[in-house]
Design a protein around this ligand. Structure first.
Ligand code: LLP
Length: 426
């Protein structure tokens, strides 16, 4: 029997006698039972990632609001709700999902720069814990919607601390040129306005500086700036309440070494304590770091296509299932479900999907010893893959399976051709 260590970037995936397993379940059995492309998640991996935050924040008045956009599947939301999480939502759809999964509305924070009046009203009626407001105009509208419906909206203002999260420009959000938040310099006036509006109650302050952050420094910088602001705003007579530091902690996609959540929080809490904010209620909004490394997408090799400049390995998953490479040139490790024998000679392939676009690639220049009919796993696919999947090229969305120990449960069936055309009329 050959046992190997967990795979890098996929802590609950490992080879056993040459076959890739997630927890105690061989991925090939799942592919056979449910077809491909197939998203497979490890429940233990999600709870393990959550535990690092829970350890880091133990003994504090802190709420972990999972960012639903990372992976909004109901079973995953329910798992996290049962583990004590609240949720960070950005739409009426995410509100409905969180409530359907059993979320406590009081533990929901509603972020996003473009909330509609209808979404505001739905969130007020549900009783969400806080609206993270991103502009002065939104403050006015929210106050009107709340007053007109007999509510008082708890608000936090998302402040843009103008720090460089040192991540991909599309997922960096805390810089001056970004569309997010209210500029640091305008925050005090915005809080004074919020405190004066009849439909609002100031509940906190928030920031979110970006995503896939792999260094500690941007968090420490943002923390100091936010605390400076809290001091200035409170000195001007507006009590702030909680501090919400957003999400953004990165994961290992390609040998990345982000700080561990507990180590990062030990450092941040030490600074909070040093500055006299140790007793403040805290909120955080992690997404990717809770689910990203817990998932993989299993795909079948359809064809090998040798070429003059490139060899292509054409698989049945595509950019509609795994949009991150096409959108951000993101790297995901790709590994075989069965380890090749010693005699196999790998070739270098671009792993591509069937979609009719050159941007439809999943991995470039990968050394693989594969044949048509073999299966591959695209790793670190638990976050921002299924939640960003589409039906482009009229491809039904993939199925999802949640594994716990030796148990595997379909949490979303593969879409059918009927699903593809549902509600349309010719
Ligand atoms: N809070 C707010 C206000 C956010 O905008 C986000 C993510 C989060 C929390 C969660 O951030 P996380 O912990 O997951 O980094 N589709 C991109 C990522 C977009 C992130 C958008 N905002 C990707 O695939 O890399």
């Amino acid at each position: 029997m050959t046992l190997t260590a967990p795979l890098p970037g996929a802590p609950f995936f490992h080879y056993h006698d040459g076959a890739l397993k997630v927890e105690d379940v061989p991925l090939s059995a799942l592919a056979q039972a449910h077809g491909t492309p197939l998203f497979v998640y490890s429940q233990a991996a999600i709870l393990h990632a959550l535990a690092a935050y829970q350890r880091g924040l133990a003994g504090r008045n802190a709420l972990i609001c999972y960012a639903v956009k990372a992976n909004s599947s109901l079973a995953i939301l329910k798992l996290l709700a049962q583990a004590g999480c609240g949720f960070d939502i950005v739409s009426g759809g995410e509100l409905a999902r969180a409530l359907a999964a059993g979320a406590d509305a009081a533990k929901i924070v509603f972020s996003g720069i473009g909330k509609t009046r209808a979404e505001m009203l739905a969130a007020l009626q549900a009783g969400v814990g806080c609206f993270n407001v991103e502009s002065e105009a939104e403050l006015e509208t929210l106050s009107q919607v709340a007053s007109a419906s007999g509510h008082v909206a708890p608000v936090s203002i998302r402040v843009n601390p103008n720090v460089d999260a040192k991540t991909h420009p599309y997922i960096s959000t805390g810089l001056k040129g970004n569309k997010f938040g209210i500029a640091h310099e305008r925050a005090l006036a915005a809080y004074q306005r919020a405190a004066a509006l009849p439909g609002l109650r100031v509940a906190g302050i928030d920031c979110h500086i970006g995503s896939q952050i792999t260094e500690e420094a941007p968090y420490l910088d943002a923390l100091e700036r936010i605390l400076d602001l809290v001091q200035a705003i409170e000195a001007a007579g507006v009590a702030i309440g909680h501090i919400d530091f957003g999400g953004g902690l990165g994961i290992d996609y390609a040998g990345d070494t982000p700080p561990a959540a507990d180590a990062l929080w030990a450092r941040l809490l030490a600074r909070l304590d040093a500055r006299g904010f140790g007793q403040r209620p805290l909120i955080i909004e992690p997404g990717r770091s809770l689910v990203g490394n817990a998932g993989a997408c299993v795909t079948e090799v359809l064809y090998l296509k040798p070429g003059e400049q490139k060899n292509f390995c054409i698989v049945d998953a595509a950019m509609n299932d795994l949009p991150r490479p096409a959108l951000y040139e993101a790297f995901h490790r790709i590994v075989p479900l069965r380890q090749p024998g010693a005699a196999a000679t790998p070739a270098t392939y671009d792993v591509v999907g069937p979609v009719c676009e050159s941007g439809d690639w999943l991995g470039r220049d990968r050394a693989l010893a594969v044949q048509p009919g073999d299966h591959l796993a695209v790793l670190s696919a638990g976050a921002y893959c299924m939640s960003m999947a589409s039906q482009y090229n009229s491809r039904p969305r993939a199925a999802e399976v949640l594994v716990s120990g030796a148990q595997a449960r379909v949490i979303r069936p593969r879409e059918t051709l009927h699903d593809l055309m549902r509600g349309e009329s010719a």
